[in-house]
Write a protein that binds this ligand. Structure first.
Ligand code: GDP
Ligand code: MG
Length: 345
């Protein structure tokens, strides 16, 4: 199966995202958990059910918080008060301020007077900002597509790799993993466990083998055995930032010796809860590697979906996937329209 088919697949899977991803749903799930109610496993085969779940538990959603701030009749002053809520949703000061200025102008121009009209306006505005086609993974012209996965410790790299691998395998892709986070033995074991569970091939190297050597072996095997995708796990921390960046460059070089143009994708994994850090991390990693996309994790644990807007506005790296939980199926390709609809659900 080709990545070009992703767009079609993403539509239905995005409904799923609406059911889990942002604000209200998340809070509801957390509340349920704290009451000791076991969270129902999410059924990918019925995305509509998840969506309904989202729509019926919207008390603290982004939109509900916004509309609670506004009195019945929208006034210019009231619109000013929205800025804080936008900032709290991690949309970022600058963008929040711009949005409010634009809203005030639109209000003065008579573009809306009621809540629901404002919602329509704001949705369109956010969709415009996030806009464009759903970002797809870059695919190799020939041979295996190599996806290098980078990011700081604990953001969810290894977990996201298992999600990505499952996602690609379900589309018929033949996936092999490279356990190139040799900095910690536990990291290799963690990836190996996922590989076993998902029945995926993995190259884990000998003890003491360097990450770029493991990646080289994995690339060689990927070519020899006709794999479609090679996903490379990397360390999130070394003794210094400089060492880490050097190592990533080394890994890239060693894979490119075996596979033309590799890595085709360098996916930066970012935790949606980290606010400003998400921006800093993207800047740092972009200095060392050509980051081609972001995998934004832990959106299930935060009402701060606005970070997606901020990333888009402040950095020119597209969010390609989002993580919605700890299981391999908790992944959705990013799609702006569905995302914004979920924010307002
Ligand atoms: P790494 O150090 O970057 O490889 O991070 P890991 O993949 O080991 O993940 C760190 C923790 O974050 C683990 O407990 C994961 O289960 C958890 N995690 C990863 N992605 C998500 C997600 O999308 N949602 C939630 N709730 N937890 C996640
Ligand atoms: Mg890891």
């Amino acid at each position: 199966m080709d990545w070009l088919q992703l767009a079609e697949i993403s539509t239905s899977q995005w409904a799923t995202f609406g059911g889990l991803g942002v604000g209200a749903v998340v809070v509801a799930a957390v509340v349920m958990k704290s009451r000791g109610t076991k969270k129902k496993p999410l059924d990918f085969s019925d995305p509509q059910a998840r969506l309904r779940h989202a729509l019926t538990s919207g008390k603290t959603s982004f939109w509900n918080r916004l509309s609670a701030t506004l009195s019945k009749n929208i006034s210019e002053e009231a619109l000013g008060a929205l800025e804080q809520i936008l900032v709290e949703a991690d949309i970022g000061y600058e963008t929040s301020n711009q949005l409010v200025q634009d809203m005030k102008k639109a209000f003065k121009a008579g573009k809306f007077t009621k809540h629901d009209e404002l919602m329509v306006y704001l949705k369109a505005e956010l969709k415009k900002r996030l806009g464009g086609d759903a970002p797809k993974l870059i695919k190799a012209k020939k041979g295996p597509t190599v996806i290098l996965v980078v990011g700081v410790n604990g953001v969810g790299k290894t977990t996201s790799i298992s999600k990505l691998a499952k996602f690609l395998a379900e589309q018929g892709g033949k996936v092999i993993l490279s356990a190139s986070d040799t900095f910690r033995a536990a990291a290799v074991d963690q990836l190996a466990k996922w590989a076993e569970r998902l029945d995926l091939e993995i190259v884990r190297g000998q003890t003491g083998q360097k990450p770029d050597a493991v990646a080289f072996d994995a690339a060689t095997k990927a070519v020899a055995k006709g794999f479609d995708y090679l996903i490379v796990d990397t360390a999130g921390r070394l003794h210094t930032q400089k060492n880490l960046m050097k190592e990533l460059a080394k890994i890239s070089r060693s894979i490119s010796k075996v596979i033309d143009g590799a890595p085709h994708e360098t996916i930066l994994v970012i935790d949606a809860n980290t606010g400003q850090n998400a921006v800093t991390q993207t800047e740092k990693f972009s200095e060392a590697a050509e980051v081609t996309g972001i995998f934004l994790t832990k959106l299930d644990g935060t009402p701060k979906g606005g970070i997606v807007v901020r990333i888009k506005e402040e950095l020119s790296v597209p969010v390609k996937f989002v993580g919605l939980g700890e299981k391999p199926e908790d992944i959705a390709p990013f799609d702006a329209d569905t995302f914004v609809d979920a924010l307002f659900a």
